[in-house]
Structure formats: C-alpha cells, structure tokens
Design a protein around this ligand. Structure first.
Ligand SMILES: [Fe+2]
Ligand SMILES: [Fe+2]
Length: 150
C-alpha cells in the first residue's frame, strides 16, 4: 500500500533503519559506529517525533510504540554485545510500524490530523536535512506535492 504523504518522512527513515538493522544482525565491524552516528543524526529525533506526533493517534498501539523505543535505546546502550539483538529489535519494530501501526493511523486520522501531520513532518525534515543536499532535494519534492494539493 502506498504510504500517506503525512507519514512518508518516517517511512523514508525506515529504509535507512532496515539497512542499519541488517548491518547489526550481521555483526559488521562498523555497525556500532554506524548506529551511534545514526542515533545522533536522525534516530533519536525519529523516536521523539513519532512519540510526539503519532503517539496521540496510535490508540491502543501507543504503549507498544513507547515500550519498543525504550528497549531499542537500552540495547544501543549495551553495544557492542547487543549488536544482533539490537538489529533484530530494530527490524521488528520497523516492520510492525509499517505493517500495523501506520496503516491503522492512516485509516483513522481525520483530515485535520492529517494536515497537521503533513505540516509537522515537513518542519521535522527541513530542520533535519537542511544541510544534506541529496535528502533536501527529496524534501523539496514532497513540499512541491503538498503545495500542489492545497
Ligand atoms: Fe518507532
Ligand atoms: Fe519508526
């Protein structure tokens, strides 16, 4: 299913997250450094924004969202011995969000909630990727689509 425009930025992060999860599961030597750089660059922000923006829309799934974020944070703190467990937890969490949480949110958010989410995720992306040319271009393309819709 095509991801709603409002949730696209999170799904884009998930593509990167799955690459990271694979590196961790395969215990590649560079994986712990990759994840700690990703944490500083985007992952901590991704978690915080999902909780702030999606938590209120997640209904009964909110508890699992918060709980799995805390588990993943804890496993990051236990690197390098937690490498494989962390990779698995990250992959499972992303798959659950993509297959269960996001479709549930898409099916029940109101038009106002969707408009707010589009606005807030745009701010998130512009803040985070302003200095990353390849990603900034993707952000701009999404902005063009948002503007052509309104
Ligand atoms: Fe998450
Ligand atoms: Fe996520």
């Amino acid at each position: 299913m095509k991801r709603a425009l409002a949730l696209e930025p999170f799904s884009r992060d998930h593509n990167d997250g799955l690459h990271l999860a694979r590196a961790l599961k395969e215990e590649r030597p560079e994986a712990p450094v990759m994840i700690s750089e990703a944490w500083d660059r985007e992952l901590a922000d991704h978690f915080a924004e999902e909780e702030r923006l999606l938590g209120p829309l997640a209904g009964d799934d909110a508890a699992r969202l918060y709980e799995e974020h805390r588990q993943i944070e804890q496993l990051i703190g236990e690197l390098p011995k937690s490498c494989v467990a962390l990779g698995q937890a990250l992959e499972d969490h992303i798959r659950w969000e993509e297959r269960v949480l996001f479709p549930a949110i898409e099916s029940r958010m109101s038009l106002d909630e969707e408009a707010n989410l589009i606005h807030e995720t745009l701010k998130m992306e512009q803040r985070r990727w302003a200095n990353c040319p390849s990603r900034a271009e993707i952000v701009q393309r999404r902005l063009d689509r948002i503007q052509s819709k309104s």
